[in-house]
Write a protein that binds this ligand. Structure first.
Ligand code: ADP
Length: 396
């Protein structure tokens, strides 16, 4: 049996999914898993498609275990478990493709070197995405590895929405708005075509609200505008990232407060967002369980900022037919969804509180002008579809 493996390697977690291929190259999920809390107390869980746990491991004293150590462990386990399976390719989520990588591609040393240059633009993600590719190349040098870029879905959008109002020469040198979470948005655009073709053809904002968070304005399934920009720091407030901030604040940090660039980066990427405002946690669920007023302020700020940016994207679209919630917060946090929808009432969004509370696929009232939906994202499946497209010419 042939199989392909999708890998999403982050700073503290590695998510993966194994898809078996039948004789028509149709992928069927066979197992997926996650190694999380890397650098603290790593733990691994692998489950079948019907959620039966097939392997579990806790390294309670494993703070020093690296991504390489853990991937090696996983490969050893897979050798035993996937004995009857021939892995034909690995696909990876790579956050930044810059100007040059606008479609999935096979990774070789030259590609890796180019992608390496983009690490400063996505310091929370890119180094970990590329590390996984390098480690797997060492463990399995003969199996092709395919990079799928989070920036690619946004590449063909109107040039106007890619510009910062800075001198032309800087734009031409690549200082422009790229946009991220593209694999997630591409997957949602596909699912929407299956679930509601009429809406898929209309003007839809999708909110990928997880630890990282952004919105994408889609017209007829294509990205028109998005809240993230040159880096994944822009736009919405996130778990630990500040989102859009007056650039004058950064000048002030450096010139008046004497901060070095690394310190500014640390504040904006790792100490801000829900964590910075609450002073409690970057995790939305933890904040919801807290009675501290700072936690409430952080949640409300998150919702206001999301609704404010949604208003801006509705303006780019020239109207709004639908709003899709996805990712950890979008799929699971009814209260945050309700707060955002209440702020979008002026656009015609009318939430059905009961449907929202039970995380129904459609959470708007029948009379709502804007259809409100919850659709689980699946970046790993989107990677698998891109692998098949590249290897066998299948349509993603
Ligand atoms: P990422 O993949 O970017 O690390 P996720 O998409 O997993 O992030 O989203 C993480 C966020 O989703 C956290 O803020 C977490 O609290 C929230 N979340 C996850 N599951 C739930 C849940 N069942 N209820 C409420 N919030 C949840």
């Amino acid at each position: 049996m042939r199989a392909i493996v999708s890998i999403n390697s982050g700073s503290s977690s590695i998510k993966f999914a194994v898809y078996r291929l039948d004789e028509h190259d149709t992928p069927t999920l066979s197992a997926n898993g996650k190694i999380e809390r890397i650098g603290i107390e790593p733990r691994l869980k692998i489950q079948t498609v019907d959620k039966q746990i097939i392997h579990q491991m806790d390294w309670s004293d494993g703070a020093t275990l690296s991504h390489a150590d853990l991937l090696e462990y996983l490969f050893d386990w897979a050798k035993g478990h996937l004995r009857d399976t021939q892995i034909v390719a690995f696909g990876h989520r790579v956050v930044h493709g810059g100007n040059d990588f606008v479609a999935p591609c096979c990774v070789d040393d030259a590609v890796l070197a180019e992608l390496e240059k983009l690490c400063p633009l996505a310091p929370l993600h890119q180094p970990h995405n590329l590390a996984a590719i390098r480690i797997i190349a060492g463990l399995s040098p003969d199996i092709p590895q395919i990079a799928c870029f989070d920036t690619a879905f946004h590449h063909d959008r109107p040039a106007l929405t890619t510009r910062f109002a800075i001198p032309r020469a800087l734009h031409d040198a690549g200082i422009r708005r790229y946009g991220f979470h593209g694999l997630s948005y591409e997957y949602i655009a596909r699912r929407l075509t299956e679930l509601d073709p009429a809406l898929a053809g209309g003007k839809v904002i999708t909110g990928h609200l997880g630890n990282g968070a952004s919105l994408c304005a889609m017209d007829n399934g294509r990205s028109i505008d998005t809240t993230m920009g040159f880096t994944a720091l822009d736009g919405l407030m996130m778990g630990t990232r500040c989102g859009t901030i007056d650039p004058g604040v950064i000048i002030h940090f450096q010139k008046q407060m004497g901060m070095q660039a690394a310190q500014v980066e640390d504040i904006l990427y790792r100490q801000s967002g829900l964590l910075g405002v609450s002073g409690i946690s970057s995790d939305m669920r933890t904040l919801s369980e807290s009675s501290a007023p700072e936690a409430e302020e952080a949640i409300e700020l998150f919702a206001w900022r999301a609704a404010r940016e949604a208003g801006a994207l509705a303006s780019t679209l020239g109207g709004l037919d639908g709003f899709v919630f996805t990712a950890g917060i979008g799929e699971n946090h009814a209260d945050v969804r309700a707060r955002i929808c209440h702020r979008l009432r002026w656009l015609g969004a009318d939430i059905d509180e009961e449907a929202n509370a039970r995380h129904a696929p459609i959470i708007s009232t029948p009379g709502s002008k804007v259809k409100l939906m919850v659709i689980p994202t699946d970046e790993e499946r989107m990677i698998a579809l891109h692998i098949l497209s590249l290897l066998y010419g299948a349509k993603p």
